[in-house]
Write a protein that binds this ligand. Structure first.
Ligand code: PHE
Length: 349
């Protein structure tokens, strides 16, 4: 067959064979985008030898044109194919994702959970509800009468100083304790009253490890014809056993509140050192958890009850304080800093 070729055609075929071999090899070996582009220009660009040959086909004889055209176009298609393959390969390399390991366990999603203060508040409510107390709520913004006056704390009374009060326009204030709700409850019904009053209270004082300007209290009140200090002690001891543990030791100490007489405070044995004495209980072995006492006759009179025919007890506790004791939290501010590591901890209520 070569015998039939003209000199020009066989020259060109040789040349084309060289372009094919070199071009294919160089395109295959191009290792970067830049190299690939250089080689594209060299073998397939406007000034490439292959392009020139194909462009000058018209100057060949019919027979030569047929042979050279066929071979030239075959090589062009081959090189273009290689180029495209390389381009696709490089693109894929750039977009390459890390491989997915289907055998790995899935990532679990964090679910929202109750705040520990809310869990403890609900537990306290549940315990007293189980002992026959119902729940009654009062307003956070109070007047002087309910927060102080009716609770036997007249305007000159020094107890007002210990209640650092946030005052609100119009002579109102943010309640400094939940005791004003006692007054509202007793004014709205006749004895017997057996209720708890949970809610947020406000004190204008700086935060530290045992104080925050807003905190929760649960107040309790039981007024009936023959309520005694013994009832108060029994109820609160049972509460402590339910809240902490069955064999928890408690003790009552005398104290003073204007709205109760006699007044006391209940301590539980320090759950950190079991009464031996440690920094948390300041060496005493005991931790105070609530204030309590028998409702003062003046308070009963203020709500229209007759202190000669009814008597009652009241108590009030800080919810964060109970939560701190129960979960051994040593700084009250942790409850409100919203550090996700603190909030995510599982409680064991
Ligand atoms: N109201 C008191 C306080 O905030 C607690 C208390 C309530 C004490 C009821 C006795 C009886 O400190």
């Amino acid at each position: 067959m070569s015998a039939e070729l003209t000199e020009t055609a066989s020259q060109l075929l040789k040349e084309l064979a060289g372009i094919e071999a070199k071009g294919a090899a160089e395109l295959r070996e191009a290792s970067s985008e830049k190299e690939l582009e250089e080689r594209r220009v060299r073998y397939l660009g406007r000034k490439a030898r292959l392009t020139q040959i194909l462009r000058s086909l018209s100057s060949l004889s019919d027979a030569d044109r047929k042979i050279i055209g066929k071979d030239g176009n075959r090589i062009k298609a081959l090189l273009e194919g290689l180029l495209e393959g390389k381009l696709a390969e490089q693109g894929a390399k750039e977009e390459k994702q890390p491989e997915i390991d289907l055998t790995l366990p899935g990532r679990s999603l964090w679910k929202g959970k109750k705040h520990v203060v809310l869990s403890v508040l609900e537990r306290i409510e549940e315990i007293f509800y189980g002992m026959g107390f119902s729940i009654f709520l009062g307003p956070d913004v109070e007047d002087d009468y309910h927060n102080f006056e009716a609770l036997n704390i007249p305007s000159h009374h020094p107890a007002r100083e210990s209640h650092d009060t946030f005052f609100v326009e119009g002579g109102l204030l943010m309640r400094t304790h939940t005791s004003p709700v006692q007054i509202r409850a007793m004014k709205s019904m006749k004895p017997p009253v057996r209720m708890i009053f949970p809610g947020r209270v406000y004190r204008n004082e700086a935060s530290d490890a045992t104080h925050t300007p807003e905190f929760y209290q649960v107040e309790g009140l039981y007024v009936d014809s023959q309520v005694s200090l013994g009832d108060l002690k029994g109820t609160l001891e049972e509460f402590a056993r339910e809240m902490f543990r069955r064999d928890i030791q408690t003790r009552f100490r005398p104290s003073h509140f204007p709205f109760t007489e006699p007044s006391g405070e209940m301590d539980v044995i320090c759950i950190h050192c079991d009464g031996k004495g440690c920094p948390v209980c300041k060496g005493s072995g005991w931790l105070e958890i609530l204030g309590c006492g028998m409702v003062h006759p003046n308070v009963l009179r203020n709500v229209g009850y007759d202190p000669l025919s009814v008597s009652g007890y009241a108590f009030g506790m800080g919810v964060e304080r109970v939560a701190m004791l129960k979960y051994k939290v040593n700084d009250m501010r942790l409850f409100y800093e919203n550090d996700i590591r603190f909030l995510r901890q599982e409680e064991t209520l």
